[in-house]
Design a protein around this ligand. Structure first.
Ligand code: N2P
Length: 371
């Protein structure tokens, strides 16, 4: 054998070995992209301890950011958590997910059947996603700041945000909106007594026309930052995801500050949007086995109960209820009783072609238009 040939073979072998080692090593990692403040403190650590799989964990503040990353492809993520409607539904249509292998997710058996059925509106046949957390979108407010400015404020109503005579009273203490038309437009339509799920140019126009003159009352539009500001007393009224508001309320209660805010949370009486965030695996996920293991772990009743206890969002694993603290289980804004449930609407359907762009354009204009 010539020296050259030998060297060549040795190099090939070495490369092969290196490639296999890298692959094996790769499977010991899972790249997760999730909403901020959406796991318990020790969730990731426990997963690594039990499986030997390391978690690389990044967070985002709204669906739009996740959507932009996923739609350009090659995100490098193995598990993501989009809201079922309209985001997950549209992403499935775009073919960006990998079907889940249920044989690798035995804990999926424990997921509530009704929740699985309601997910089929986004994911026909339940092929691509399993439910993670669920919540309504509502209002959080600083009780004293609001009372001082308007003793009989209609605190259980969307009027707090959308009635010009009401919201203008709170401008001075800081009012904020979620930075997404998929939440604000349905809320405005609800306030106006219209079908919140209507996605037509006419409905969009109506909502945006009503919103435009209100813009100056909102200090900012953001789906993340409002939490620390409401908790510290820097703002007094926030449109927000209920679980996030539950965290704000807890943080404010635990604060040592002398004038710590007393935060109340409401699901407005006119009705509110509820959404399910799902766990899904992008088609080009580099570590699909680790991704399945991670999803299966999160669906374990004790693990998902820890998460619900920590983040204030309800989950869909019925056997987890036994581990959930009574305070959370009996909180009507987290696990709403039937009469509140009846006022919740879900499933903003995937937007008709072109509508999405129109909605984004109208929203960008609204966001930047300070009047
Ligand atoms: C987590 C926010 C997720 C709620 N902090 C949006 N569905």
């Amino acid at each position: 054998m010539s020296v050259r040939l030998f060297a060549h073979m040795a190099l090939t072998l070495l490369l092969l070995f290196a490639a296999t080692a890298a692959r094996a090593d790769d499977e010991k990692v899972v790249n997760v992209y999730n909403w901020s403040d959406y796991v318990a403190k020790d969730t990731l650590e426990k997963f690594t301890r039990e499986t030997g799989i390391k978690v690389r964990y990044d967070t985002y503040g709204d669906n739009e950011i996740l959507d932009a990353k996923l739609m350009t492809g090659q995100s490098g993520y193995d598990v993501v958590f989009p809201s079922a409607t309209p985001f997950f539904a549209q992403q499935i249509k775009a073919g960006i997910y990998r079907p889940l292998d249920r044989s690798k997710i035995p804990n999926a058996k424990g997921v509530d059947g009704d929740v699985m059925t309601s997910l089929t509106r986004a994911d026909p046949g339940n092929l691509y996603g399993l439910p993670y957390m669920m919540s309504a979108t509502g209002l959080g407010y600083n009780v004293d700041a609001i009372n001082r400015r308007m003793p009989n404020a209609p605190v259980d109503s969307w009027r707090m945000l959308f009635d010009p005579a009401v919201v203008s009273r709170f401008k001075s203490c800081g009012v904020t909106l979620l930075d997404t038309p998929t939440e604000v437009v349905p809320a405005m339509l609800t306030f106006m007594g219209r079908d919140p799920l209507e996605q037509t140019p006419a409905a969009l126009d109506t909502a945006m026309h009503a919103l435009a003159p209100l813009r100056a009352n909102y200090r900012y539009l953001n789906s993340d930052k409002y939490r620390s500001d409401l908790a510290s007393g820097d703002t007094c009224l926030a449109h927000g995801y209920i679980g996030d508001l539950v965290q704000v309320r807890a943080r404010a209660r635990e604060s040592k500050a002398a004038n710590k805010p007393n935060i109340a949370i409401v699901i407005p009486k006119e009705g509110a949007m509820v959404n399910i965030d799902v766990m899904a695996i992008p088609a080009d996920a580099p570590h699909p086995d680790a991704a399945h293991a991670f999803i299966n772990f999160l669906l374990r009743p004790d693990i998902i109960a820890d998460i619900t206890n920590a983040v204030g969002y309800a989950n869909a694993v019925n056997a987890s209820l036994q581990y959930i603290s009574p305070e959370i289980k009996n909180d009507p804004v987290i696990y709403p009783p039937a009469d509140i449930k009846a006022r919740l609407f879900s499933a903003l359907p995937p937007a008709p072609p072109g509508f999405d762009r129109q909605r984004t354009r109208a929203w960008t204009k609204f966001r930047t238009d300070r009047q």
